[in-house]
Every structure is written in C-alpha cells, then in structure tokens.
Write a protein that binds this ligand. Structure first.
Ligand SMILES: [Mg+2]
Length: 366
C-alpha cells in the first residue's frame, strides 16, 4: 500500500471555557491534523503540540515545519506504521509530530484491512471510565461549582491542576465538599522543586490517588527523592518521553504510576510498549489528554482500553472541551465512553465542520 500524498491541515477550535494550567491558559485549540491518502484508504492523525512550547518544546508551527521538511520526505515506500517508526527514528525529538504521522499511516492501514485501533492495540474492554481535568480557577467557590458540574455529568474521577499558591486550599475544599470517596488527584505540570517537599507532604492528608509531575521534566532523580519524602504516590507525565525513560523512572523509584500520552512518546506503538513495560512491573498507567479533537480522542479511547490502564484517564466527553467537535461527539454514558469499533479510528471528520474550522491546508504529493 503506497502513500499517494499527505495533507497537513490546521484547525482552530474555540474551547468551551479557558483551560488554565501552571504553564499557561488555552482559549482556542490550534491543532494540526495529518491526513494520509493511499489508493485503498485514508487515515488521520492529530498532532497534540500546543501553539506555544510551554508543555514541552514542541509547538504547532514547528511540528508542521519538521513534518514537511524532514519527516514526510523520509517516509518508507509502503504505508507500514512500524516501518514509519524506524524511518523517523534518526530525527531527534519531535515526538508529537512523529506520532501524528505514524498514527495517520496506521489508521489508513487499519481502515484498509478493516481492523479497529482497539483490536490492533489489544483492547481488553469495550468502554472506559472517564476522568476530567479541571483547570486552575480564580476562586475556590468557582472551582467547587465546576467540580459539582462534572460530578453531575457522571465523571468517575476528578483531577485538579495545581501550582504554588493554588494547591492545599482548593484540594482541601474539594475533599471537604465532596467527601472521602471521591477519586481525586492533582497535576502540577512541573511547577515545584524538591525544596517544596515539606509543603507537598501536606497533600498527604487528603487521600489523593496521585500527584502528577510535581518537579521538572528532566528531574527523575529528584522525583525519586521526593517519593521518599511524601506519602502521595507520584505519577510522571512530562518526564516519560519513551519506554526507555519509563524503565529508568521505574528503576530509580521516581514514580509508581505513569500517565501515558501517545503524542508525548512518539506514537501509539511506543505508548503500547510503555504500557507493557509498566504492566510487567506492576506500575499502574492511565491515559492523559491534550485537549484532543475527536480524531485524537478516538485513538486514546482505544489505548485506554488496554488491560494495564487501571486508573480512569483524562479521556473526557467531547463537550468538556468543544461545543462542536470535528467528528461526531463522544458522549459519556454512566461515566464511561465507548471504545470505537469501526475500522481504524472508527470515526471520520465531518466535512462541513472540518472545513469551517480549517485555517490552512497544504497538500504534499509523494
Ligand atoms: Mg499532566
């Protein structure tokens, strides 16, 4: 199966409300879609890089550039996702750009053979429990209203974004208002240092499932030190860029839980390797989110259905982020989302909606 050409399509989708983390505020999702065309089938991949290099070093414009300049010209002759991974390996970094391209090729291949992403990856269930990530708010009452709304919708787990100055008080307030049974965790997006250990240890009182990425992305050793100073289990996100990095983190005792984001690790094949590694070591994993459209959400649901994903992920319903998604929306039922079962991703962009949010499109013939 040869690739005829690839379309790079930029979309701008307004978020239902601004999403604030320790590193910035998003009001519109500026996403890059990779659309692979072959004679037999077409495939889609979503690049999860943000507009600015704040979550990681990647950003949308840079991802588009490395795709057109280096990654797409290096594609192998046939549309084989494993061969794509090998062909892109010599290029350092850019995991989100690589992931989008590999996913689009894999999607085309699976659509051609009639196999779903979930079946290909090894999904063990047909629906997954949904958690929701709640951004930093201006006030605790505003946060409590937001959490109450999500719990009314049926979310099974709440994650609060935290940063210095917005940590103990919001966590205490949510715990007191919604009780000890609420599955609650926090995400610092690397906003603290090891010298904050005594402060972070005060979170131990609130029975959190985990604290995600408290320290810098390149601080594995310090995360291992922190793990001995606080009771809350440490989960790593930004630090885990590959299966090798996950192996190092586990060996060091830097984390006891891993947030797997396919974009951050270079694609779904590497994401599955991390899942397998963690499962073999008894390390729980869950699927993170990057404000994905329905394209990325569909693939994440397939991944989150693997047997080692034992904690609810950030795989929320579409309306958590978008009034109108570019695919038919993922609608939560009883706190769960169904894993798509159709060929490939199992969802297609709606042409009219996609065109309406497209800001640029570029065709690269191969
Ligand atoms: Mg995170």
């Amino acid at each position: 199966m040869k690739i005829t050409g690839i379309e790079l399509r930029r979309v701008a989708m307004p978020l239902v409300s601004p999403f604030r983390t320790s590193f910035g505020t998003e009001t519109t999702r500026d996403a890059l879609l990779v659309h692979v065309v072959t004679p037999d089938a077409e495939g889609w991949g979503e690049c999860v890089a943000m507009s600015e290099p704040l979550y990681s070093s990647e950003y949308v414009e840079g991802a588009a550039d490395v795709l057109r300049r280096f990654l797409i010209p290096a594609l192998p002759g046939s549309a084989d996702a494993y061969a794509v991974g090998r062909a892109l390996e010599p290029f350092k970094g850019h995991p989100m750009a690589k992931a989008a391209l590999e996913t689009a090729v894999l999607d085309a291949r699976l659509r051609a053979s009639g196999e779903s992403f979930g079946r290909f990856l090894g999904a063990a269930r047909d629906r997954v429990p949904c958690g929701v990530s709640v951004g930093i708010m201006d006030s605790v009452p505003e946060l409590l209203d937001a959490v109450a709304g999500y719990l009314d919708e049926g979310y099974a787990r709440i994650k609060l974004k935290i940063k210095p100055g917005w940590d103990l008080a919001p966590v205490r307030a949510v715990r007191e208002r919604f009780g000890d049974d609420l599955l609650l965790q926090v995400d610092a997006n690397a906003a603290y240092t090891l010298s904050d250990a005594r402060h972070l240890a005060q979170l131990d009182a609130f029975g959190l499932l985990l604290i995600e990425q408290p320290l810098a992305h390149d601080d594995l050793v310090q995360h291992a030190r922190l793990a001995r100073l606080i009771g809350t289990p440490i989960c790593l996100d930004e630090s885990i860029s590959s299966a090798a990095q996950a192996a190092a983190a586990i060996a060091l005792g830097a984390c006891s839980i891993v947030n797997i984001k396919p974009g951050r690790v270079g694609g779904y094949l590497e994401a599955r390797r991390i899942h397998d590694l963690c499962r073999a070591h008894g390390v729980a994993v869950w699927c993170g989110g990057m404000l994905e459209t329905g394209i990325g959400r569909a693939a994440n649901l397939a991944l989150a259905a693997l047997p080692g994903f034992t904690l609810p992920g950030d795989t929320s319903g579409s309306r958590r982020y978008f009034t109108t998604d570019i695919t038919p929306p993922f609608v939560m039922s009883d706190g769960h989302l169904d894993v798509p079962t159709g060929p490939g991703l199992g969802v297609d962009p709606l042409p009219d909606v996609l065109d309406a949010v497209t800001t640029s499109a570029e065709w690269i013939a191969l």
